[in-house]
Design a protein around this ligand. Structure first.
Ligand code: 5GP
Length: 253
C-alpha cells in the first residue's frame, strides 16, 4: 500500500494529505505536552478521546452555522478536514480567570470575568506563543481588520455554543483556545474554525465540585488525564455505551 504523504507533525497531531484535493487527514496522537513542550508524556487513549470530542464540538458548530474545517471522522484516531491556510494566531476566550490571565493580572483563579475576554497570541513556539495586541496583528500583517472582526465574532459564537452545551452536562468552560484558517470559495475568502476543540485546549471545571476535567490535570499532576477526558466524553454521550448526563438548570428565584 502506498504510504500517505505527511504534511506536518505537531505536538498532538499529524496532518496527512487527504484523498481529494483540498482535504487533509488529521491524526490525533497520544502525546501530551505542556509549558511549551518542557513537560511531555504519552497518555494512552488521549488521541482517541480528543478525536471523538473534537468531532462532537465541530459537528455541533457546523450544525448551528458556525463554519469549521471538520468533514467526517474516518476511524478511532483520524478525521477528514478541509485544507485551510492557518492564520498564525491562537484565539483565546476567557469566562473565568485562570492560567496566564490570572498570573498576569494577579487575579484569583476562578474569578468570574465581567464579560468574555478575547485575546490573541502569536503562534510561535520559539517565543512561547506571546500575547499580541490588535495593533501588532495589523502592523505585521498577520491578519486584516476585517479578519480580526470575524475572528472575534467566531470566537464569541464558539464560546456561547461550548458554554451552553457544557453547562447542560454540569461543566463550566473557564476558557479555551481556537485556531482559524482561510478557505477560498471562488473569489471570496472566509475564515473557518480549524485545528481541534478538545479538553487539550479548554479549561473545563465541574460546576458542583470545581474538579478539573482538562489538560491542567496533566500540567499540574492532578491525577489521570484519560479519566478526566473520559468523564467529559461520558457526560456528553460521546462514548459508545455511555448515557448522556444532563444537569437540571438551576433557576434563581
Ligand atoms: P493560558 O493562556 O491560560 O495558558 O491558556 C488559556 C486557554 O487556552 C487554556 O484553555 C489553554 O488550554 C488554551 N491554550 C493556550 N495555549 C495553548 C496551546 O498552545 N495549545 C493548546 N492545546 N491549548 C492552548
Amino acid at each position: 500500500m502506498a504510504r500517505r504523504k505527511k504534511l506536518y507533525e505537531g505536538k498532538a497531531k499529524i496532518l496527512y494529505e487527504g484523498p481529494e484535493p483540498g482535504t487533509i487527514v488529521q491524526y490525533f496522537k497520544d502525546d501530551a505536552t505542556a509549558f511549551n513542550a518542557e513537560k511531555r508524556d504519552v497518555i494512552e487513549g488521549k488521541g482517541v478521546l480528543n478525536n471523538r470530542l473534537s468531532e462532537f464540538f465541530m459537528t455541533g458548530l457546523n450544525t448551528i452555522g458556525v463554519p469549521t474545517h471538520f468533514m467526517k471522522r474516518l476511524n478511532m484516531r483520524e478525521q477528514l478536514v478541509r485544507q485551510v491556510d492557518i492564520v498564525p494566531l491562537e484565539i483565546i476566550v476567557r469566562n473565568y480567570a485562570a492560567g496566564t490571565l490570572a498570573k498576569r493580572l494577579g487575579l484569583e483563579e476562578g474569578t468570574a470575568l465581567p464579560r468574555p475576554i478575547v485575546e490573541f497570541c502569536l503562534k510561535n513556539d520559539d517565543l512561547g506563543d506571546p500575547l499580541v495586541a490588535e495593533e501588532h496583528i495589523i502592523a505585521f500583517n498577520w491578519a486584516s481588520q476585517q479578519d480580526l472582526d470575524d475572528m472575534v465574532a467566531l470566537a464569541l459564537r464558539v464560546n456561547d455554543f461550548l458554554s451552553g452545551v457544557m453547562y447542560g452536562v454540569g461543566i463550566r468552560v473557564a476558557d479555551f483556545k481556537i485556531e482559524v484558517g482561510r478557505v477560498y470559495d471562488g473569489d471570496y475568502q472566509r475564515l473557518i474554525i480549524a485545528d481541534e476543540i478538545s479538553p487539550d485546549s479548554c479549561r473545563l471545571w465541574d460546576i458542583e465540585t470545581g474538579q478539573k476535567l482538562d489538560k491542567d490535570v496533566f500540567r499540574r499532576d492532578l491525577g489521570s488525564l484519560t479519566d478526566a477526558y473520559t468523564e467529559v466524553a461520558r457526560r456528553l454521550g460521546v462514548l459508545p455505551n455511555a448515557a448522556p448526563h444532563y444537569t437540571k438548570p438551576t433557576l434563581i428565584n
